[in-house]
Design a protein around this ligand. Structure first.
Ligand code: ADP
Ligand code: LRH
Length: 503
């Protein structure tokens, strides 16, 4: 029987999932197909602390991807290919015998502390921006590698290849070492104007340029499951497609926008607020406002800013879970709704929230230091986080409008965070504009679309977008009339003005 089904692995910092995608007949008998997605497998992604250092549980991630492939076939599906997208910047090093060196670090590992300043004084901040186009975030691959170099890590001495997370997992499934373009651009070692690895920079940092593999475009067929993997799983050697392997870029592919110029917010552990461009925007104001130009699928660049996002809430929830308070996200939202509005604000992008040992105390201390009421109850804490994020989105959207000289009518929100309807509503109110929310599983869907195109099941990106629009209804949030949000924006700005917001 003929199958065009594909399997998408989307690995976020908080959880990973395998979704099966099929283009199915429309239920109302229409001639155009709809995209049917079925969850095959889902797993928590929990980092592991080894002494002073924070790592990914990479063996578990590889195992869970294998479980996902096996489960898809066991459930009677026959995907012709799979693709993996994940969070950015992280990597594994491979030695000359093809084996993994050490345990891949988590981007929140503290070894990069001070590395932005140190690296910039070594090679120049302006130059680094002009060549990479990226926002300065302490966890960018360049700073992780420079930290290893400064520590004279023996691992670097024996590293033959650097594989970013999806490429790393693909390598152990297929035996093929590949490097996918969108992920390569998250390293800050990729030259966005020359469109190749920045060898002079790599050499100046004392890194070995031969570790870096020539990038391939999203949609490239990189190989098949190896004989041994196929045998281990009892499945056929299906195709491995390099999708837009950076999760943010896969999500952008699935944004159901109706014009070519739109603003989006990919809302998961991080909040990525941006807009699509044909070329990187390297104006000095982009450096000043600290935005990124990340490589996207279909020859695009994404002008966007990383906002700390729901990570802050996730960490509070983790602490409440540890205290035995059994709140689900739905409970947390309900508690927040009962609280007084606009009481205290944080600047979500203050680096103090990057990885504090105790997020709840960190927020309380910050409010105390800025002379605001200290959120004590769970609901007050959640309300403070969600209102602050919504106002931060306004701040960043307005800054993006200054950079592009474009006014955006509203904001497309996608990702797991849109299940938080209060956040969507707050965002519409804070912006004073419409929010269109959906789809939730944007990264997995964008991952599928790129596979469909690579396999010849879809002709173009445009067909893919139309498919998404037909298949997933959007939730529309209009700003509420007469709300206090506009007046309260200046209170947020006053409360957060003094706070440090970038690396
Ligand atoms: P990532 O891919 O970065 O791991 P997701 O896109 O899965 O992140 O989004 C995770 C976030 O979605 C969580 O931090 C949480 O705030 C939010 N979320 C998940 N489920 C719900 C829910 N049922 N209600 C409200 N928010 C939710
Ligand atoms: C979101 C994301 C983001 C990166 C961060 C490390 O999942 O990929 O785009 O900056 O993780």
């Amino acid at each position: 029987s003929h199958s065009s089904a594909v399997l998408a692995f989307d690995m976020g910092a908080s959880s990973g999932r395998a979704l099966l995608g099929e283009i199915a007949a429309s239920p109302d008998g229409g001639s155009q197909g709809i995209l049917k997605i079925t969850e095959i497998h889902r797993f928590a992604n929990v980092p592991v602390q080894f002494g002073e250092h924070m790592h990914w549980n990479t063996p578990m991630l590889l195992q869970e991807v294998k479980n996902g492939i096996r489960k898809a076939f066991q459930a009677g599906y026959a995907p012709v290919s799979y693709g993996i997208d994940s969070w950015g910047v992280d990597y594994g090093l491979i030695d000359r015998n093809g084996e993994l060196i050490g345990i891949p670090y988590h981007y929140r590992d503290p070894r990069t502390e001070g590395m932005v300043e140190e690296t910039c004084s070594q090679v120049g901040r302006e130059r680094l921006f002009q060549e990479s186009g990226l926002q300065f975030m302490p966890f960018n691959t360049i700073f992780q590698l420079n930290a290893m170099r400064k520590a004279s890590s023996p691992m670097l001495d024996i590293a033959d290849a650097l594989l970013l997370t999806p490429d790393l997992i693909n390598y152990f499934l297929t035996g093929v070492k590949a490097c996918e373009f969108t992920m390569a651009t998250t390293t800050q070692l990729y030259h966005v104007r020359q469109r190749k690895w920045n060898e002079p920079l790599i050499e100046e940092l004392g890194l070995n340029p031969s570790m870096f593999i020539e990038p391939v475009e999203p949609g490239t067929w990189i190989g098949n499951l190896s004989g041994s993997t196929a045998k281990e799983l009892g499945v056929p050697p299906i195709r491995a497609i390099a999708v837009a392997s950076h999760d943010t870029e896969s999500a952008v592919v699935a944004v159901p926008a109706s014009s070519s110029s739109f603003a989006y917010l990919v809302c998961g552990t991080w909040s990525l607020l941006g807009t699509e461009m044909k070329e990187p925007l390297l104006h000095p104001d982009v450096l000043k406002e600290d935005f990124s130009n990340e490589g996207g699928a279909f020859d695009t660049f994404q002008l966007l800013k990383n906002i700390m996002g729901l990570w802050i809430l996730q960490e509070c929830k983790r602490q409440w879970d540890q205290q035995g308070l059994d709140y689900g996200y739905g409970d947390l939202v309900r508690l927040a709704e009962e609280e007084e509005a606009f009481r205290s604000f944080i600047q979500p992008d203050d680096l103090r929230f990057m990885n504090p040992a105790d997020m709840i105390s960190e927020i309380q201390t910050d409010c105390r230091e800025t002379g605001q009421p200290v959120p004590e109850s769970t609901g007050a804490m959640v309300r403070c986080i969600l209102e602050s994020l919504a106002f931060r989105y306004r701040e960043v959207l307005e800054s993006m409008e200054r950079l592009t000289g474009t006014r955006y009518e509203g904001l497309h929100m996608v990702g797991g965070g849109i299940q938080n309807e209060l956040l969507c509503r707050f965002t519409a109110n804070a912006l004073g504009r419409t929010v269109w929310a959906g789809p939730v599983e944007a990264s997995a869907i964008g991952n599928m679309l790129v596979q469909f195109i690579a396999n010849g099941a879809l002709a173009s990106r445009e067909e893919g977008i139309e498919l998404v629009k037909r298949s997933f209804p959007l939730a529309v949030y209009d700003p509420e009339a007469d709300s206090e949000w506009n007046a309260m924006f200046s209170k947020y700005q006053a409360a957060t003005r003094e706070r440090q917001v970038s690396g």
